[in-house]
Design a protein around this ligand. Sequence first.
Ligand SMILES: Cc1cc2nc3c(=O)[nH]c(=O)nc-3n(C[C@H](O)[C@H](O)[C@H](O)COP(=O)(O)OP(=O)(O)OC[C@H]3O[C@@H](n4cnc5c(N)ncnc54)[C@H](O)[C@@H]3O)c2cc1C
Length: 307
Amino acid sequence: MSGVRPFPRKTAAAIAVVGIVGLCAARKASLRNEAFAESPKPCGGPGGLGGRGGPGGRTGFHTLRLESSIQVNDNTKRLRFQLPDPASNAGLSLTSFILTFHKPKDAWFPVIRPYTPINNLDEPGYIELLVKKYPNGRASGYLHSLQPGDTLNIRPMSSYKWKTNEFEHVNLIAGGAGITPMYQLIQGMLNNPDDRSKIKLIFGVNTEKDLVMKKELDAFEQKFPDRLKVVYRVSDPVEGSPFAKGRVTKELLEKELLGPKDSKTTKVFLCGSPAMEAAIFGSKGWISSQKGALEELGYAADQIHKF
Ligand SMILES: Cc1cc2nc3c(=O)[nH]c(=O)nc-3n(C[C@H](O)[C@H](O)[C@H](O)COP(=O)(O)OP(=O)(O)OC[C@H]3O[C@@H](n4cnc5c(N)ncnc54)[C@H](O)[C@@H]3O)c2cc1C
């Protein structure tokens, strides 16, 4: 049990209450805890994050200890946290994420945010996050301030039930730090010998330095040339950049997305900035609503999952 301890019951109950209030206000109000149901390799040992009845008790809350924090570029860090049992994996299913909780000194309510583990979920002993820090970002600033040995309160979650080979064509659209859920999915699919789906990732960033995880993506693309293709777009590239300049537009999606638009065998996953998601997925407001590029291209709502 090095480095990790489940929450005391009272603390967990208090956070659960506050967490529910916070979650209701959050963008992801509809998140359901379906984690672990589809896990290709559920955590058998007592040291994973488990679900109900796991080491976090009925609430599923945990306190993890930070093992290392590595700066990846000027605004992004890779944070590795120890699991309760170094011999067990986290027991998370594909498309899982964790909610992080911290209470700033002068705040009434905790700050609750989702982050996506990017490590191979079958590997034992740790989870790893890639966190981009936003100016005045409450959670990202806090996570960047953590030092090895510090602890973080978390709860595992999942918003989507992943089923191997449910789709022939899996399209992933990522903007900036939105690469993390896509990378988790790519890694899980390509490491699963039973999985046959073809994957297209469209990754849009502001500048080249934001192309985090590119080395890992290149390695997967080389190892699985018939399964994975990655298209990069950089909106503000340096002169002579090898990457195509531009944003992820409707025209780009029309050209690049895999599979027939009107087929249940084609799926699109999306994670990016609020502006990018509004442009691609659409937005509904009190005063006006905006159609997204995917809808305009003919994709049905149930073909699209927004993380
Ligand atoms: C399912 C899911 C998984 C996620 N996984 C990750 C992950 O693995 N790594 C990661 O770094 N982030 C991830 N995020 C985003 C993360 O949850 C936070 O939204 C992000 O870190 C900002 O939180 P904050 O408290 O630091 O910023 P806040 O205090 O909420 O906001 C600070 C400022 O940053 C701006 N801002 C906040 N979020 C964004 C954004 N996405 N794009 C542009 N500007 C923004 C705000 O408008 C505001 O001006 C994920 C989001 C979802 C929904």
